[in-house]
Every structure is written in structure tokens, then in C-alpha cells.
Design a binder for this molecule. Structure first.
Ligand code: UDP
Length: 316
């Protein structure tokens, strides 16, 4: 039985990961400060003897001395542009940089393998399409998204310095747009916004003209490959793109959601946020070749599951 620490464990991805690890028979230490995470995401695990929750902000050093940690998944960081920008932007950078140093130090102490949840945002507004891991990106270092983009880029550089200088066993995955159960209805990302707007008959807010694209991966597919990556042989560091390469415009997504919900909502167009990438789609050749992995859940099927989940969240 492995002892596995998950930072951001009450968040969207972190909580899905905690559930998977418990199902796999591992012992999980879930660390979170609940800035964007929610205790209800792990509520059913709280009485499981293999699960332990520690309320903690990764910006502070973390000491675990009663048990030897085998693996650390560093998932902590708000991931919705609405949550990481503005008044929380400096904290976002601190979480990515100071939080990552603290977790790398913990990995060093425990001789643990550590995985970084990096992001497609390291590519910024990509000039290469689809994006391959060797592409160095096109990030605006002084823009409103920089706290996240540059924060995550710095986290990657820290990972590789700890690998080169300290011999830490690292794994870096670059996560593209993901959706599914345990998203916060107020998260602000496009899938949760459109579904919640359509369910409640509110206006569907398309930012810009809706011709920008994203590729949406269902959370279960993503968790499958994150776990595969963590358990890959030492020295296979990544970075590895993970996501669903099927690309949709935001208008297409809005139409799909409205058709599924038979919504009375109408579409309204709002200003495109600054530095909002026009196109994004992962090249997943590396992960496919390495693990034989490819996403199983089509957008239509994943949206059905996510709509059912959000129906259960109404009034909570
Ligand atoms: N978006 C939108 N309406 C919304 C929320 C987002 O049109 O209510 C757009 C957003 O401008 C972006 C895309 O949907 O072009 C994906 O946004 P999201 O915040 O989900 O993730 P991002 O890929 O920007 O990190």
C-alpha cells in the first residue's frame, strides 16, 4: 500500500484523484486550503481509514513525520481564469512558486516521486497548432494571465532543477481543458458556466465571437493518465501533454449544451478577456506512444455526465 499526498486535494482534479487512489487501495493524505476546493468534494472519504485531510496552505512549509510518503501529486492552484486573476493573482504566483518549492522539499525529505500538474497555459497564445511538448510557447509575461502562466512555467523550471541538482524523481504533465464531476458551479470556466446557465434559464455568456477553440477532456480520462504517469519508470520526467485533442469552438459547445438541456436561455456576447488564447489543442503523440492512452469519453457523453452532476448541485 502506497502513501500518497495530494495537494489541492479538495479541488476539482485533486478530489477526483483522491477518489481514484482510494479505490486503488492506496493511503491518501489530502492537503488543501479550500480557496477554490470544497470539503464536499471529499465528504464521502472523510470516514475512510485510508484517507486523511490536512487543512494547510502549501505556501507554508509542510512537515509530515509520522509516515513515509511515497508519492506527491502537486495539484494545488486555482485553475479558473476567474479565480486566479485579479485580487488573487499574487497568491496564485506564490502558490505556484513557493508552494512548489515547499512540496519539492517535502519530496526530497521523503525520497518521494513528485508530479506537477502543469498546464497548457505554459504555451500562452500558441503560434504552433496543435501544441507539442517541445514548443516553448508565447506567453505575455505582464498580462493578467501571467500569474498563472508564468507561475506554472516557473514551477516546471523548479521541478527540473530539483531533478538535475537534487536527484528528485519528477513527473510533469501539462493539462489541457478538463471538465466533469466536482467542478464548482461558480468556478467561472466555460463548461460549468454554460451548463449552470442553461439549467437555470440564465443567459449563456459567450466571450468574444465564440470562434475561439478549446479541446475538452473528461476528468476520468485525465485521472487515468495522471496515475499512469506517476507510476512510470524513474527518469521519464515529461513534460507530457494530456488532454483530448478533439477541438470545438466555444459556440459549438454552447449549442451542444443548450440542445442537451432544451434550455430557454438565450446566447449573449460579452467582451473577450485579455490574452484569452484563440486556439488550443494538444498534440498527444507522446502520451499515446508511451502509455497507449487516448481519451475514451467523447464530449457529448462527458457533457451528459456533467449535466447530471450539476443537477445534483442545484440549491447547495
Ligand atoms: N468562455 C466563455 N464564456 C464563459 C466562460 C468562458 O465564452 O462563460 C470562454 C473563454 O473566454 C475562453 C474559453 O471559453 O475562450 C475557455 O475558457 P475557460 O475559462 O474555461 O478556460 P481557459 O481555456 O481560458 O483557461
Amino acid at each position: 500500500m502506497k502513501v500518497i499526498l495530494v495537494t489541492g486535494g479538495t479541488g476539482f482534479l485533486g478530489s477526483n484523484l483522491c477518489h481514484r487512489l482510494i479505490e486503488n487501495g492506496d493511503r491518501v493524505i489530502c492537503v488543501g486550503n479550500n480557496y477554490t476546493g470544497r470539503m464536499q468534494n471529499v465528504g464521502d472519504l472523510l470516514h475512510n481509514s485510508n484517507f486523511r485531510f490536512i487543512e494547510h496552505d502549501v505556501c507554508e512549509p509542510l512537515s509530515i513525520s509520522d509516515v513515509k510518503i511515497d508519492q506527491i501529486y502537486n495539484m494545488a492552484c486555482p485553475a479558473s481564469p476567474a479565480a486566479y486573476q485579479g485580487s488573487h493573482s499574487i497568491k496564485t504566483t506564490k502558490t505556484c512558486v513557493i508552494g512548489t518549492i515547499n512540496m519539492l522539499e517535502l519530496a526530497k525529505l521523503h525520497h518521494a516521486t513528485i508530479l506537477q500538474a502543469s498546464t497548457s497555459e505554459v504555451y500562452g497564445e500558441p503560434l504552433l497548432h496543435p501544441q507539442v511538448e517541445s514548443y516553448r510557447g508565447n506567453v505575455n509575461p505582464i498580462g493578467v494571465r501571467a500569474c498563472y502562466d508564468e507561475g506554472k512555467r516557473c514551477a516546471e523550471s523548479l521541478f527540473f532543477d530539483y531533478y538535475r541538482n537534487e536527484g528528485i524523481d519528477i513527473k510533469v504533465v501539462r493539462i489541457f481543458n478538463t471538465y466533469g464531476t466536482n467542478m464548482d458551479p461558480n468556478d467561472g470556466r466555460v463548461v460549468s458556466n454554460f451548463i449552470c446557465q442553461a439549467l437555470s434559464g440564465r443567459d449563456i455568456t459567450i466571450y468574444g465571437d465564440g470562434r475561439q477553440t478549446r479541446s475538452f477532456c473528461y476528468v476520468d480520462d485525465l485521472i487515468d493518465v495522471i496515475v499512469l504517469m506517476m507510476n512510470s519508470e524513474k527518469g521519464f520526467t515529461g513534460p507530457v501533454n494530456i488532454g483530448n485533442p478533439v477541438e470545438f469552438t466555444i459556440s459549438e459547445l454552447a449549442e451542444m449544451v443548450m440542445a442537451k438541456i432544451s434550455s430557454t436561455s438565450r446566447i449573449v456576447y460579452k467582451d473577450l478577456p485579455s490574452d484569452d488564447p484563440m486556439q488550443r489543442k494538444p498534440d498527444i503523440t507522446l502520451v499515446r506512444t508511451k502509455f497507449g492512452w487516448k481519451p475514451k469519453v467523447k464530449l457529448s457523453e462527458g457533457l451528459d455526465k456533467t449535466i447530471e452532476y450539476f443537477k445534483t448541485q442545484r440549491g447547495r
